[in-house]
Design a binder for this molecule. Structure first.
Ligand code: AMP
Length: 283
């Protein structure tokens, strides 16, 4: 695996591969890699000649300074993991390399997708995401880019960005990779205390129950039920739970046949914020 810290060197290298008609798959990450990230890489390896993984903890997408400073950084282990799955290229730039001295996000219009859920609770988050993903796309110009459904809203927003800006990159959404007990893998999981970690499967268990209930009850009733469950759970504080249309990400009022719905959740375990979601259609 070749490691690049400078965007121009990476560009030159990739240009020579593109000249040889090699296809390139990009997997953007913030590091502290786990099997969820590796599942994106293995998907990318199936149809691309060259895999580029980026590791960059993007400051402009954090609305909470402590979350940013405490974001796990495990670059040595990440490098070993990437070597073990035969990743071709790691792009590991500094903040200056990406932003120069102007560490601010550009403004994006994602047709309202950015105002739902994560956008409501993490001010400016999707401008930060749009800025870094657009920058990485400009540097790498991959044929395909891989994103997890774990961050489903982000995935829909990137698809929107590519469409609106007429960017010629195929966006591939990948299934959520979970621990054996159901907890969605996340770089933040290693910050959980033993007690929080033991209790954390409660999140996915609740979502699975939601999937059952949504067939029988309306969205408001199911939402109320989830809120009640979390009131009884002292280790976790519910930030939001919502059942939304997959396309518009707007909270469902009345179920309509033919629409695709998904339940989304964000919780705090102490200071640590975890998100998850589950598909409610095609059961
Ligand atoms: P992150 O490093 O958290 O920014 O994640 C990088 C990419 O990996 C994003 O596209 C995430 O959606 C994806 N990802 C993170 N966790 C998982 C998971 N448990 N399963 C599938 N994809 C994931």
């Amino acid at each position: 695996m070749i490691i690049f810290k400078k965007k121009n060197e990476l560009k030159v290298y990739l240009q020579s591969l593109k000249a040889q008609k090699k296809t390139i798959g990009l997997v953007p990450t913030m590091g502290a890699l786990h099997k969820g990230h590796l599942s994106l890489i293995s998907q990318a390896k199936k149809i691309n000649d060259i895999i580029v993984v980026s590791i960059f903890v993007n400051p402009t997408q954090f609305n909470n300074t402590e979350d940013l400073t405490k974001y796990p950084k495990t670059i040595e282990n990440d490098t070993k993991l990437l070597e073990s799955v035969s990743c071709d290229v790691l792009f590991y730039p500094s903040v200056e390399e990406i932003y120069n001295t102007n560490v601010v996000a550009d403004s994006f219009d994602f047709d309202g997708l950015e105002h739902q859920m994560e956008g409501k609770f993490r001010d400016g988050h999707f401008n930060g995401v749009g800025t870094i993903v657009k920058t990485l796309f400009d540097i790498v110009t991959p044929h395909r880019a891989y994103f997890g459904q774990k961050d489903f809203q982000q995935l829909q927003i990137i698809k929107k960005m590519v469409k609106k800006h007429r960017i010629n990159i195929k966006i591939k959404g990948c299934a959520i990779f979970r621990e054996a007990d159901g907890l969605a893998m996340s770089s933040r999981n290693i910050r959980l205390t033993k007690q929080q970690r033991e209790a954390a499967p409660f999140i996915y268990k609740t979502l699975k129950e939601v999937r059952k209930k949504f067939g029988l009850e309306n969205a408001d009733e199911v939402t109320q039920w989830v809120e009640d469950q979390f009131k009884k759970q002292p280790l976790f504080k519910l930030e939001y739970f919502t059942i939304a249309d997959e396309k518009t990400l707007e909270t469902v009022k009345n179920k309509e046949s033919g629409k695709k719905y998904r339940a989304f959740i964000a919780i705090f375990a102490g200071e640590i914020r975890l998100i998850d979601n589950i598909r409610l259609h095609n059961l």
